[in-house]
Design a protein around this ligand. Structure first.
Ligand SMILES: Cc1cc2nc3c(=O)[nH]c(=O)nc-3n(C[C@H](O)[C@H](O)[C@H](O)COP(=O)(O)OP(=O)(O)OC[C@H]3O[C@@H](n4cnc5c(N)ncnc54)[C@H](O)[C@@H]3O)c2cc1C
Length: 401
């Protein structure tokens, strides 16, 4: 690839083609910090704010158009796979688990595995910090990327938002400004694709070397904020977003509901998670365009991947996290955290993952079909390097109640 590629190439090949995932990595790796994530049109979008030096780094690490899964599988997970019939990618262990600490369980989305692993890594000198999602203090109904440096920061993070958050945009600040040398990144599959491309390219080297591990979240889709605004406007009596003090997508008992607290301290339960994702945001459809072409459900390149389990796998317990380890460090973290009492876990049947909600279907069948159609017509589409094809299987689907 020519080192003359510039931001305008990224714009014409990715952003302007509807292929940007809004992961933020272009902004996070720009050595001169002239790429910013802009929200002036409501949804996060990379823009150029100064003179581009045409180093080509943003283009090279961008996961919008080119995701060389085959190369990345080989490099980071040690083998290629049968892309079509493999349901959850290459893995070492498949577990179900939760944070042992009750407070972590209560403030987490589906059992606190992610938060507990991060806190274990911080308290045991494995990482200096983590890139996560937090709440915007000025607009408390919107989430934004944060650098967490303490267990308190992890617990104050936003446990769940349906929005696409450009977590990777903080790479530069975390490493170059805050001088963190060992960081974890928690993100959706597209964030992890960007991070793996960064690690594979090795440039910028200080940032690439700082990644200690990644935790990927299973992902059916992320949604335009417009959908969330519409949902609140139509299904609650909250009159203005400016009246909102806090917003919680997973409030109440698992799997939770979209709950809004207004400044007058009233709590508004807008819709259950099942209703707002599967009956409103998804079908309406507020899914981001690029998500419709994504074929990675279970964050197949992460060191550890975590997702909800909607089947009743442990009698009496609702908060259980499907936890897939894919690398040595992933496996060490889970075992280490369990050994020191941060988490509890046991084996999980991997074939249950594709039956838990409609996330797997969205990516592995619907997304795959859309991708094949787009490629057939030569429309802008991401390239995952493996041959495409669908995996239709009989499943006993379980939805969140
Ligand atoms: C938009 C979205 C869609 C999902 N879709 C599915 C699905 O279809 N099926 C499924 O099984 N699981 C899905 N998950 C994953 C699942 O809901 C839980 O996040 C996962 O089980 C981890 O739970 P936990 O209790 O261990 O996480 P916690 O300990 O609560 O930690 C969660 C971490 O997630 C991060 N986070 C929250 N929202 C975002 C976001 N939008 N982008 C990046 N990071 C974020 C926060 O930084 C937080 O630290 C989805 C998650 C999200 C955010």
């Amino acid at each position: 690839m020519s080192n003359k590629l510039a931001f305008h190439d990224l714009y014409s090949d990715v952003i302007g083609q509807g292929l940007c995932t809004a992961c933020g990595i272009c902004a996070g790796v720009c050595p001169t910090k002239v790429i910013d994530m802009d929200y002036s049109n409501q949804e996060a979008e990379p823009i150029l704010t100064g003179k581009c030096k045409e180093c080509g780094i943003c283009y090279k690490v961008c996961p919008g158009k080119d995701i060389p899964l085959k190369d990345l599988d080989l490099k980071f997970l040690g083998q290629e796979r049968d892309f079509i019939s493999d349901e959850i990618g290459i893995y070492k262990g498949c577990y179900k688990g939760w944070a042992k600490d009750k407070h972590i369980q209560n403030v987490s989305s589906s059992g606190g595995m992610v938060s507990a692993l991060l806190i274990y890594a911080m308290e045991n000198d494995i990482i200096d910090g983590a890139l996560l999602v937090g709440w915007d203090k000025e607009k408390p109904y919107r989430a934004k990327p944060i650098i967490a440096k303490t267990p308190e920061d992890v617990l104050n993070a936003c446990r769940w938002t349906a929005e696409a958050i450009p977590v990777n945009e903080l790479l530069h600040d975390a490493v170059m400004k805050e001088k963190l040398q060992r960081i974890a990144v928690v993100g959706m599959p597209c964030h992890i694709h960007g991070i793996r491309k960064l690690q594979a390219s090795g440039v910028p080297s200080k940032i690439a070397k700082s990644i200690k591990f990644t935790i990927g979240l299973f992902c059916a889709a992320t949604y335009y904020f417009e959908g969330i605004k519409h949902l609140i406007g139509e299904f609650s009596d909250v009159r203005s977003l400016d009246d909102i003090e806090t917003l919680d997508y997973r409030g109440g008992s698992a799997p939770g509901a979209l709950m809004v607290t207004t400044k007058d301290k009233r709590i508004h339960s807008v819709a259950s998670k099942h209703d707002y994702t599967w009956h409103f945001l998804g079908p309406a459809t507020y899914k981001r365009d690029r998500c419709l072409m994504c074929v990675d459900f279970s964050a197949e390149l992460a060191d550890i991947s975590c997702g909800d389990i909607f089947q009743p796998v442990i009698p009496g317990r609702k908060h259980v996290v499907a936890t897939i380890t894919r690398t040595e460090i992933g496996e060490e973290l889970v075992k280490g955290a369990a050994g020191k009492g941060y988490i509890e876990y046991s084996d999980h049947d991997p074939s249950m993952i594709s039956c838990s909600g409609m996330g797997w279907e969205s990516k592995k069948h619907a997304g795959m079909y859309r991708l094949m159609e787009r490629k057939r017509h030569n429309w802008p589409a991401p390239d995952y390097q493996y041959p495409l094809g669908q995996n239709v299987k009989k499943r006993k689907l379980t939805f969140p109640k």
